[in-house]
Design a protein around this ligand. Structure first.
Ligand SMILES: [Mg+2]
Length: 125
């Protein structure tokens, strides 16, 4: 039985990956650097508890990956938190309509990420 909650981080900035490593030390983190890599990680880690998803990325952006994950019945229930510098109302509305469970703008505080993950992942201790 897995003790740590497992979170897929989809983000093209290495610095932001390092920040997540520090902030989410009590989680197991699976790293992906664009939507294409994230789709491959999904197949390898079918027990993900949540996804933290950047929007602006090369190859496959966050909106395309969000559509992909929400269209797949195996993965559609995993809560996706969009974390982006693009905090416009339009992007937020599109993300929520596409199935995002929450929307945060960068720069973010550790408390904001933890609050969202604790809310979205059931029975989190
Ligand atoms: Mg980016």
């Amino acid at each position: 039985m897995s003790v740590l909650r497992k979170v897929l981080v989809v983000e093209d900035s290495k610095l932001v990956h390092m920040m997540y490593d520090l902030m989410l030390s009590r989680f197991e983190i699976v790293h992906a650097h664009d939507g294409v890599e994230a789709a491959a990680r999904l197949q390898e880690h079918q027990n993900l508890d949540a996804v933290l998803l950047d929007m602006n990325m090369p190859r496959m952006d966050g909106m395309a990956f969000l559509r992909l994950i929400k269209a797949d019945p195996i993965f559609a229930k995993i809560p996706v938190v969009v974390v982006t510098t693009d905090g416009t109302e339009e992007t937020c509305r599109r993300a929520v309509e596409t199935g995002a469970a929450a929307f945060l703008t960068k720069p973010f505080k550790a408390e904001a990420i933890l609050e969202v993950l604790n809310r979205l992942i059931p029975n989190h201790s």
